[in-house]
Design a protein around this ligand. Structure first.
Ligand code: UD1
Length: 419
C-alpha cells in the first residue's frame, strides 16, 4: 500500500504555487458536455478526481488530452446519451454533475448513485427537486438514479430548502437550454459556483448571480471556450494550517485573496502574520498560535473542507479550541487517528473539543481526502516519524503534495508499496 513517511518538527520556509481549484475543475469538466465543440481549460489540477472525471467522459465518447501540464483540451461532440464508467462514477461524488449536464444535453440521465468521501449520507433531494421543477421526472431505484424529460425543459422558479453546492451547480447546468429565465434562490455562493458560471457565460450562457439568487436565461447553444480555473482556496488554506502547526514563513503564489479573506482573518486572530499582495500571500508564524473555536458553514464562512486540517492545527495551539461541524455532522473519522498520536481530543455530537497536546509520531490511516490532509498537518508538526496509509484519498485533491511540502522544508516521502 502506498504511504507517506513524514519526519516532522521542522519549521516550513519557502514558496508554493497554488494550483487550480479541484472543486471547480470537476463541474467545469462535466459542463463541457453542454458544448459540442473544443474546449481548452487551463490551470486544471492533476489530481485523481480530475483524471477520473476526464476518464468517464472519454469512456462516453469524448476526446480529451492534456496538451500541456494542467491544460486540458476536451471535445464532447461524439458523446452519446449513454453514461459509461460506472466503476469510476460510484467512487466520486462529483460525478453527480452528470445528472444536470446530461439532462440539459439529452433530456435524460441514468447513472449509479455517485460515491465520494466517507463521511456519511450525502442526500440529493434538492438536486431532484430542481430537475422536477424544470419538467423532468426522477426515479431512484436499486442504487441507480434516472432523470428523464419527456419534452423540452421549461424555466422555473426554484427555491432551495438548503444551501447546497451540488444542487446549485446541477440546477444551473440543467437550466442552460430551457425556454425563458430560471430563477434559483438560496443558492450556494462558493467560488466554485462562480467559477462554473464564468465558464458557462464565456461559452455563451446567460447567467447572473446576485447574492444568493441566480438568474439563468436559456440559450440555444454554447460554443467553444478557453478558460482558466480559479485558484484552489482549500489548497492554500491547507498549507497555512501546515505552517501554523510547524511555524515558519511561506509565500503562496497564484491565489485569489478574496476567496480566503474570512478564514485568513481567523488565522490573524490566532497570531499568524498575513500579508497579501496581488495574487500572493505571505504567512509567517513565529510562535505557537492561539487556539480559537469555529463552526463550519457555507461560504463565505469557515469551510467544512478545512475542518480536519484545522483540528490538527488546534493541537499545536496554546489553548486548543472547539470545531462544530454543521455541514457533514459525521465528519470525525480523523479523531481516532489523532488519538493514536496522543492528541487530547473528544468528539461529542457534531463538535470536536481539542486541547493542546504533545503529539508523537504514529502509524495513521487517512479516512478521506481532507482527513488525510489533516494527518499530514499533524505529522509535520510532530517531532519524530509518522506513517500515513491510504494515500489514494489524499491524491484525490492535492496536486504534488509531496513535492510542494518538500520545497518548503518538510521532510516527507511517498513510499510505493508496503515497506
Ligand atoms: C460540500 C460543501 C462544499 C465542498 C464539498 C466537498 C458546503 C455548503 N458544501 O459540497 O463546499 O467543497 O462538500 O467536501 O459547505 N444536502 C441535503 N440535500 C441535498 C443536498 C445537500 O440535505 O439535496 C445537505 C448535505 O447533506 C449537507 C449540506 O446540504 O449537509 C451541503 O451539501 P452540498 O453543498 O450539496 O454538498 P457538496 O456539494 O458535496
Amino acid at each position: 500500500m502506498d504511504h507517506l513517511i513524514i519526519d516532522g518538527g521542522c519549521a516550513l520556509n519557502g514558496e508554493i504555487n497554488i494550483g487550480g481549484m479541484k472543486n471547480s475543475a470537476l463541474p467545469i469538466i462535466f459542463a463541457t458536455l453542454l458544448i459540442e465543440e473544443e474546449c481548452i481549460i487551463y490551470n486544471v489540477p492533476i489530481v485523481s478526481d480530475v483524471i477520473n472525471s476526464v476518464e468517464i467522459l472519454k469512456k462516453m465518447g469524448a476526446s480529451a488530452e492534456f496538451v500541456d501540464k494542467n491544460t486540458l483540451k476536451i471535445n464532447t461532440k461524439s458523446v452519446g446519451n449513454e453514461i459509461r464508467g460506472y466503476d469510476l462514477i460510484s467512487k466520486m461524488r462529483a460525478s453527480s454533475y452528470l445528472m444536470g449536464a446530461m439532462l440539459a444535453r439529452f433530456g435524460e440521465a441514468r447513472l449509479p448513485m455517485p460515491g465520494g468521501c466517507n463521511f456519511g449520507v450525502r442526500p440529493i433531494e434538492q438536486h431532484l427537486k430542481g430537475f422536477s421543477l424544470l419538467g423532468a421526472d426522477t426515479n431512484e431505484e436499486n442504487d441507480f438514479i434516472e432523470i428523464k424529460a419527456s419534452k423540452k425543459l421549461k424555466s422555473a422558479k426554484i427555491v432551495l430548502d438548503k444551501i447546497s453546492v451540488g444542487a446549485t451547480i446541477n440546477i444551473v447546468l440543467a437550466s442552460i437550454f430551457t425556454e425563458g429565465v430560471t430563477v434559483i434562490e438560496n443558492v450556494a455562493i462558493e467560488p466554485h459556483v462562480d467559477d462554473l458560471i464564468c465558464f458557462l457565460n464565456i461559452a455563451g450562457a446567460k447567467i447572473i448571480r446576485v447574492g444568493r439568487k441566480i438568474y439563468s436565461e436559456g440559450v440555444n447553444k454554447l460554443h467553444s471556450v478557453q478558460y482558466k480555473i480559479f485558484p484552489d482556496m482549500i489548497e492554500s488554506l491547507t498549507y497555512m494550517t501546515f505552517v501554523g502547526a510547524c511555524t515558519g514563513d511561506i509565500n503562496l503564489t497564484g491565489i485569489n485573496f478574496e476567496h480566503i479573506r474570512y478564514v485568513t482573518s481567523l488565522f490573524s486572530k490566532m497570531g499568524f502574520q498575513i500579508d497579501s499582495f496581488y495574487d500572493e500571500v505571505r504567512v509567517k508564524v513565529k510562535k505557537k498560535p492561539l487556539g480559537i473555536s469555529v463552526e463550519t458553514e457555507p461560504y463565505p464562512y469557515f469551510p467544512t473542507d478545512l475542518h480536519p486540517q484545522f483540528a490538527s492545527l488546534l493541537c499545536f495551539t496554546t489553548n486548543g479550541g472547539i470545531i462544530k461541524e454543521n455541514i457533514f455532522p459525521t465528519r470525525f473519522a480523523y479523531v481516532n487517528e489523532l488519538i493514536k498520536m496522543g492528541a487530547n481530543i473528544k468528539n461529542i455530537n457534531n463538535s470536536v473539543y481539542i486541547y493542546p497536546s504533545a503529539l508523537q509520531g504514529a502509524c495513521l490511516d487517512a479516512t478521506d481526502l481532507r482527513a488525510g490532509a489533516g494527518l499530514v498537518c499533524a505529522a509535520l508538526g510532530t517531532e519524530g516519524k509518522s506513517r500515513i496509509n491510504n494515500v489514494n484519498y489524499i491524491v484525490r485533491g492535492y496536486e504534488n503534495l509531496v513535492g510542494k511540502v518538500s520545497s518548503i522544508g518538510g521532510k516527507i516521502k511517498l513510499i510505493k508499496g508496503d515497506n
